[in-house]
Design a protein around this ligand. Structure first.
Ligand code: HEC
Ligand code: HEC
Length: 278
């Protein structure tokens, strides 16, 4: 190659790369309205975003992996925690975590009710943006349970066993559902004794339930362990595990949608799996 050819080659390849880059940028912008569900950007969503900035949530948290890494990423938070939980959490985060146990705490910020509702609406809009799998893993709060959390539709170690199990064993199918139900049970429940998350650890649930059913403290309609487990999934508020971080005003923070999103057969499979946790 002589000098002239080299120069032409450099100019040509730079121009080619620039055109390619421009084209891809334009193409991304063309797709933004669909990827971000632009039609769902209501006034509440916009106000919620202002609240997010006003209180500097980004100084500690990330959205789409951007922000500070002191506290969990909140991109998919509304997919892992119901509205009731998030509203109560924003009113007073200190009720949910223990400074000694968790080391880091979220400050109480005295948001108004309108700010809280719109903020959660904004976070829910964020959670529906097609972020093409980024960030790759939801980073959830709190010691023991964060390791167990599985991305929606993702895999975990315990899942692998269940995925390889036969397609007819209800216990194996139930174990698989425990991580694949939407929202995943694992976002809130661990199977490790004492590792409570947004919901109680389900280790030893059978033994605990036997004692509960014999006591006066039980408020629901079940008469045996399986019926209790069934009731806990489809009607979480029938009996509520005591604790400020699990319910407010007689309503459990566990999502109520499983009665509709799971078939009766799937609920039975989950019950079969939970009934092995003696
Ligand atoms: C000074 C840092 C800080 C600021 C500012 C902050 N947070 Fe947090 N937040 C945290 C920490 C730390 C946690 C995790 C708590 C734990 O693990 O004990 C957390 C947890 C959360 C959770 C998750 C609760 C759960 O159980 O999964 C939500 C939701 C949340 N914050 C929302 C917000 C919003 C919205 C704002 C702005 C209005 C905000 N945070 C501002 C530090 C902060
Ligand atoms: C957003 C968090 C959250 C998710 C997701 C969730 N739960 Fe819960 N769950 C809770 C909370 C909070 C409680 C305690 C309050 C109550 O009794 O309802 C609870 C209670 C329970 C109990 C009773 C526990 C006890 O000690 O008596 C069972 C069983 C249970 N959940 C099963 C499930 C299953 C199965 C799934 C998935 C299909 C699931 N949960 C998903 C939050 C959650």
């Amino acid at each position: 190659m002589n000098n002239r050819q080299a120069r032409l080659f450099a100019i040509g390849s730079t121009a080619f790369a620039a055109i390619l880059f421009l084209g891809m940028t334009l193409d991304s912008h063309r797709q933004f309205p669909t990827l971000t569900n632009a039609e769902n950007i209501t006034e509440e969503v916009i106000h919620g975003k202002d609240v997010w900035h006003k209180y500097n949530c980004i100084n500690c948290h990330t959205l789409f992996g951007e922000g500070a890494y002191y506290a969990p990423d909140l991109t998919k938070i509304t997919k892992h925690r119901g509205e009731a939980y998030l509203h109560a959490y924003m009113r007073d985060p200190s009720k949910f975590y223990d400074e000694n146990k968790h080391r880091r705490l979220m400050p109480k910020q005295d948001l108004s009710e309108k700010e809280i509702v719109d903020l959660v609406t904004f976070l829910d809009w964020v959670s529906n943006v097609d972020n093409q799998g980024w960030p790759p893993r939801p980073i959830l709060v709190t010691g023991g349970i964060s390791a167990a959390a599985t991305p929606i539709g993702g895999n975990s170690a315990s899942d692998t066993y269940a995925n390889n199990a036969s397609d007819t064993d209800p216990i194996a199918l139930g174990e698989r559902l425990f991580s694949s139900a939407v929202p995943t049970c694992m976002a809130c429940h661990s199977l490790t004794p004492g590792a409570d998350g947004a919901g109680p650890s389900l280790a030893g649930i059978v033994t605990r339930t036997q004692a509960l059913l014999e006591s006066d403290g039980y408020q629901g309609a079940a008469t045996d362990v399986n019926a209790y487990l069934h009731e806990s999934i489809v009607q979480p508020s029938a009996h509520i595990v005591p604790g400020d971080m699990y319910s407010a005003a007689g309503t459990s923070f566990m999502p109520t949608g499983y009665a509709d999103s799971l078939t009766d057969e799937q609920v039975d499979q989950l019950v079969a799996f939970l009934a092995t946790l003696k």
